[in-house]
Design a protein around this ligand. Structure first.
Ligand code: HXC
Length: 287
């Protein structure tokens, strides 16, 4: 993974935990931050992706460990941080990336389905963040938490209700703790990505090629985000180069979120000459 334009020692001396770091965007972030000098510990439910990602980071000259953990379970999260620190030293940063989601009509979601998403996204993020906060406050050490939200944490979205509710909670946690823990040099921020194709997300959220094309055409940049683009932003946000940002949610969506809000944005889907002719005709008619 490219480290340009970030300095190759940007994250030296950092030990960063990436939850759900064995696959998808979590893996991209873990690899990028390792390439910039961070010691990385990743977790996830399945050991195979963890082993693969750790091997890839080590092959590229980085330092990494993988420890299986289901972030829905508070005791397992505490044991995970104990093990991570025992093996790789004090944790200095956390990326809350692990997430669950599926498409469903809200009226059909079972209590277990709701739990599966809320417990992974909201409880898991809180458990991991609290473990870090407790450790950093006790040791009087600074620390950085970055949580992966989504643009619909702000706008809401049909058919992903538990995800939208939990991501909105993650944003509230970020802002609340930015105020509560800032005195100790603990910074909390979030990134709100738009659509970034990964196997895990796309298999659950994108019903087919037609829908994928429609989703892409909504983005003003006319393309989806690339994992390495998100990874570079996250690496910067986690670094001391970003030392004064606290309690912020950075939208990273190619402009997608704005499109729904502007009443006239649909005109961009028409040929530009046709749009201009339409404007001219209206102007003449109104003179
Ligand atoms: C309705 C469903 C369902 C579906 C599962 N359930 N899939 N209900 N529609 N598609 C219900 C089950 O019936 C069950 O309830 C309950 O959820 C738990 O299911 P399990 O399979 O036993 O749970 P588990 O193995 O824990 O699986 C959790 C999961 C799964 C959320 C269902 O998808 C998962 O592990 N996902 C993790 C990875 C992931 O989702 N990544 C995408 C995140 S991307 P009952 O009542 O039957 O017992 C993302 C990006 C957003 O969030 C932005 C995009 C633009």
């Amino acid at each position: 993974m490219s480290d340009a334009p970030l300095a190759s020692d940007l994250l030296a001396d950092e030990h960063i935990v990436v939850t759900g770091g064995g696959t998808g965007l979590g893996r991209a972030m873990a690899e990028q931050m390792a390439a910039l000098g961070a010691t990385i510990t990743i977790n996830g439910r399945r050991t195979e992706p963890l082993d693969e990602t750790v091997a890839a980071i080590r092959d590229a000259g980085g330092t990494a460990a993988g420890i299986s953990c289901n972030v829905r379970e508070a005791d397992a999260v505490r044991d995970f941080f104990d093990a991570a620190e025992e093996r790789q030293g004090p944790v200095t940063g956390l990326v809350n990336n692990a997430a669950a989601n599926f498409l469903a009509a809200a009226e059909d979601i079972s209590p277990n389905g709701f739990d599966a998403i809320i417990k992974t996204n909201l409880y898991g993020t809180f458990y991991c963040t609290q473990q870090c906060g407790q450790r950093w406050l006790k040791r009087e050490e600074r620390g950085t938490v970055l949580s992966i939200a989504t643009t619909y944490a702000e706008t809401g979205s049909a058919f992903v209700l538990p995800s939208a509710m939990s991501k909105a909670g993650i944003v509230a946690m970020t802002k609340s703790l930015a105020a509560e823990w800032g005195h100790a040099g603990i910074r909390l921020n979030a990134v709100a990505p738009g659509p970034f194709p990964t196997k895990g997300a796309w298999s659950r959220l994108v019903p087919g090629d037609d829908m994928e094309q429609k989703m892409k055409s909504r983005v003003p940049l006319k393309r989806f985000g690339k994992p390495e683009e998100l990874a570079r932003l996250v690496a910067f946000l986690m670094s001391s180069a970003n030392s004064y940002m606290n309690g912020e949610v950075v939208t990273f969506d190619g402009g997608e979120k704005l499109v729904a809000g502007g009443q006239f944005n649909d005109f961009t889907r028409m040929p530009r000459a046709q749009v201009k002719a339409m404007f001219e005709a209206m102007r003449s008619a109104s003179d």
